[in-house]
Design a protein around this ligand. Structure first.
Ligand code: GCB
Length: 579
């Protein structure tokens, strides 16, 4: 069906070729999943009674209002735990008949998890995956007048999905990111990207969507740099700038000192612009090297939850606030866990000079032997990389978090890693591995996945889930791979404002003491490329029920769910500022 990827949405927006469909929509709850066959006419038809005796047993016009973007869980108390289908409806009013020289798409920033899109009763596409962006072509369907856009979103967890049945985060459902109607010329640049390879060459690609071959001019208006790329429709044309051209881009993007350059991609009838930073990233033994400087990742993990209200994050304002906290912490690196975050996050990271790890939701309990699951994992990899491969901030693609080693797992994740590298060979690939220490606090990583990734992510909870606090500082992590180890998680829980002895669990003092010892441990490692403790902010999860303490939140945040700083924030901040 007509599902596609459109990169460079920010360019379409600033050119005025995007009409926001955000705002108040109508919604019908469908816990039994009967909407398609609702009595008389399925919800997709947005039916109205045609005569006084006509029985239509639903009415979008008088159904509940729901805000888009937004999870449904935090909009109505009774939807907090809702898992099932919700049908969204929005009327699109079109003033003038479509310009036959243009095409139209509806772009969804994300919808969790399975989405079926209908326009005027006709089913157009189904998308599977809760965090990737996607577009549906509607060219020729929007004559002047009103059109009913109905979108069914179902967030039921399924064994063969990514993520699968269990995750330590809230299963926020709905149209969680912006929806917009985008128009393009008939022949347009579906994708255009530019980035710097580890050897300092500038590489990129353009994909035309249309009927004829065209020459695409790629230029950096601030320099003399301009090259012509021959592109055939539907095929990505990749290019490499000559060294002399690349040398004109003297100013690199650096962590903490970001420099962004304007880029223009001009095809016959379509132009896309972007702001792109240029930096190199590679590993040298157990060290991560950015722009030829060994760079220690002073990081923090972040969930896609807004700075307050325990809701799904979306858009620029949330990104600014969340990443502002990371900058205050002294971080130069963020791990955007455990799924594809809003594009606003990596764009803001580009502007702030924060390095970023971005991740697929390949999490606990994935059905690794299932071909359909792998196919969806590859689709999700495509969505992520196609959207973000021009972002200088992004240095790491993460294939997975805490997966149990098996033949099937290795095959599955090796395929994902391969796909990452096909789409973008300029960045590093990682995965957060699951480890358990031996009695003497030594961990030697031998997980075979270490062969195929560049950076070994290690989640470890010394002093919280295992190990005495006294033993933390002496813990040693090594691997058989001679690659950088990044502590992708570490930490412990505390309820903001709960004070007492550092021996008393859930106090801020207890959490702070874990951080103090973990920092000693990190200082003593030799193969350590950095850390991203768990986690910036307390986040909702149904797994954490302790009354009065957790109340549905994972309390490992350095700040509370309302942004109040716990003691450990200062502890980590002092460490980062001392480096
Ligand atoms: C982990 C998971 C993360 C959890 C965290 C915890 O290892 O990767 O998703 O939230 O531990 O708090 O237990």
């Amino acid at each position: 069906m007509s599902l596609t990827h459109l990169s460079n949405m920010t360019s379409r927006r600033s050119a005025g070729d995007s009409q926001s469909l955000d705002g108040t929509w109508r919604a019908i709850l469908d816990p039994y999943g009967i909407g398609h066959a609702a009595l008389v006419a399925g919800y997709q038809n947005d039916a109205k009674p045609e005569h006084p005796g006509h029985r239509v047993e639903y009415d979008f016009d008088t159904s509940r209002e729901i805000e888009v973007p937004g999870d449904w869980n935090t909009q109505y108390p009774e939807l907090l735990y809702f898992e099932g289908s919700v049908w969204y409806r929005r009327i699109i009013t079109v003033d003038a008949d479509e310009d036959p020289s243009r095409r139209s798409f509806i772009h969804f920033g994300a919808a969790n998890h399975t989405t079926r899109v209908y326009l005027d009763g006709e089913e157009l596409a189904t998308h599977v995956g809760g965090f990737g962006d996607f577009a549906v072509e509607v060219t020729g369907r929007l004559a002047a007048g009103d059109h009913s856009l109905v979108v069914m979103v179902n967030n039921r967890r399924e064994r063969d999905r990514i993520p699968a049945m269990m995750s330590d985060w809230w299963n926020f459902g709905g149209l969680t990111r912006s929806v917009e109607l985008v128009t393009t010329p008939a022949s347009f640049l579906r994708d255009a990207w530019l980035t710097m390879a580890p050897d300092g060459r500038i590489v990129g690609g353009v994909t035309l969507d249309g009927t004829d071959a065209e020459t695409v001019t790629v230029s950096l208006p601030d320099t003399d740099l301009s090259i012509a790329v021959d592109a055939s429709p539907g095929e990505e044309a990749r290019f490499v700038l000559a060294d002399a051209d690349a040398a004109q881009v003297a100013e690199r993007w650096n962590p903490g000192a970001p420099v962004l350059h304007n880029v223009e991609y001009r095809a016959t009838s379509d132009t896309v612009v972007d702001q792109v930073g240029f930096r190199t990233v590679r590993v040298d033994g157990t060290t991560i090297v950015v722009n030829d400087s060994p760079t220690f990742l002073k990081g923090i993990s972040i969930h896609g939850e807004g700075p307050s209200g325990g809701r799904r994050a979306h858009g620029d304002a949330d990104a600014k606030e969340l990443l502002g906290w990371a900058v205050d912490l002294g971080a130069n690196f963020v791990r955007l866990a455990h799924y594809q975050h809003d594009e606003a996050m990596v764009r803001e990271a580009d502007r702030r000079g924060l390095l970023a790890w971005t991740e697929l939701p390949v999490y606990w309990g994935i059905d690794f032997g299932n071909e359909a699951t792998l196919a969806n994992g590859l689709d999700q990899a495509d969505e992520l990389v196609i959207r973000d491969r021009s972002r200088a901030s992004v240095i790491l693609w993460s294939a997975a978090n805490e997966t149990m080693a098996s033949e099937d797992r290795n095959t599955f994740l090796t395929s994902i890693v391969k796909r990452f590298r096909e789409l973008d060979s300029t960045r590093l690939v990682t995965a957060a591995l699951f480890t358990m220490p031996s009695d003497d606090s030594q961990v030697h990583v031998e997980d075979e996945l270490g062969e195929v990734i560049d950076v070994i992510g290690i989640n470890q909870y010394f002093g919280w889930y295992y190990g005495s606090r006294e033993s933390i500082a002496d813990a040693r992590y090594t691997s058989k791979f001679t690659k950088p180890i990044v502590f992708s998680e570490m930490g412990g829980g505390a309820k903001f404002g709960h004070h007492g002895s550092d021996e008393q669990i859930w106090t801020e003092e207890f959490q702070q003491a874990i951080y103090e010892q973990q920092i000693e441990m990190v200082k003593n490692q030799t193969e350590c490329g950095g850390l991203s403790p768990w986690i910036l902010k307390d986040f909702r999860t149904p797994m954490r029920t302790l009354p009065g303490i957790q109340d549905g939140y994972n309390r490992k945040g350095l700040v509370s769910e309302e942004g109040e700083r716990k003691l450990a924030f200062g502890t980590l901040q002092s460490f980062y500022n001392s480096l």
